[in-house]
Design a protein around this ligand. Sequence first.
Ligand code: KG4
Ligand code: ZN
Length: 374
Amino acid sequence: MNIPFRILAIESSCDETACAVVEKKPDEELVTVIASTTATSLAKHKITQGIVPEVAAREQLKYILPVIEETLKKAGHPQSIIHNPQSAFDAIAVTVGPGLVGSLLVGIETARALAYAWNLPIIPVNHIQAHPYANFINVTNQPIRQLADQTTNKPNFPLISWVISGGHTELSYMESHDKIIKLGSTIDDAAGECFDKCARVLGFDYPGGPFIDKLANQVTNQPTNRITTIKLPRPLIHDKTMNMSFSGLKTAFARAWKDNLDTFEDKEEELKIILAHELQEAISDVILKRTQQALEQYPEVKSIIVSGGVAANSKIKEKLIASFQISTIRNPISLHFPPLSLCTDNAEMIGAWACFHSQTTTDWQHVEVKIKHN
Ligand code: KG4
Ligand code: ZN
């Protein structure tokens, strides 16, 4: 029987409070989103120029029930949460880590209470493993998804998966939904963290990645011959392992800003553009190199999927598409980038992971926070 498996998914690991209703029929290879809602406490964190965990947790508490109720309404369940019939769902999926403990607890406790009241099983979800599943969501009409193989909009196994976010930078080989080999990760700062910290040096609010991206794209409009004079390192780029490092890049960026301020005198804006451009080049060069290494090691790969907030970066996207859309190694490789709303934290990806791992249910008594990611 091809009856859809329907999930209520909750994500609260950091500063987003999100809920989604998703479903997947056994013979389908992509997940359908019925409804979703995301609230963010970002504005509060701009004041402090970064996330204060206690503030984030308090905001989670404020948003969690309204966000769930709103999602249920959008999905066509007009009653209040308490009266929602248990038969509407097969399971509740919730992020159990990694993330901020206080924020995670709000989502987990809410999921436990709903599972208890509705007599439903819980699917505990690892946030990092869920990010790539933003690429397993049916977004047929979204032009943002880039495809080399135009005959399909689903990633094909085996594949190379990138999670590039504010907290993690990881490259994995996925033979199937259950067979995953971690190839490399950052040994210090995440790529998103590097973008954020460098943007802060230039005076931009958190999250700084989008500011750097916008600024870097203005470089071609700048008539200057000083552009090649500032070179930032590509840390570990020639390393044989597939690990990465972005902490030194952040330091080099701050030094380059300080050292060149005098040279650029009243042309601070020009220096900002040049540095933003060079930073984006450095990070995207490292991502590109690691992708090439992964493809050399696994020539059978059919798709590359990119996820996490930094997947929204225009240069990373441009370089990966230019290098692999018409693959020199072999054809075809399909490249997948989620639409913007699914790059950053969302509940759809949590629900999507759960749809492909529907056998991993547990009961409400046995769900706990798992802050460590292995
Ligand atoms: O996945 P995400 O929402 O949060 C974590 O789970 O960490 O990613 C947020 C990160 C921030 O560091 C933000 O600066 C970065 O994604 N980001 C970008 C861009 N858009 C968001 N970085 C570079 N270029 C962008 N266009
Ligand atoms: Zn995330």
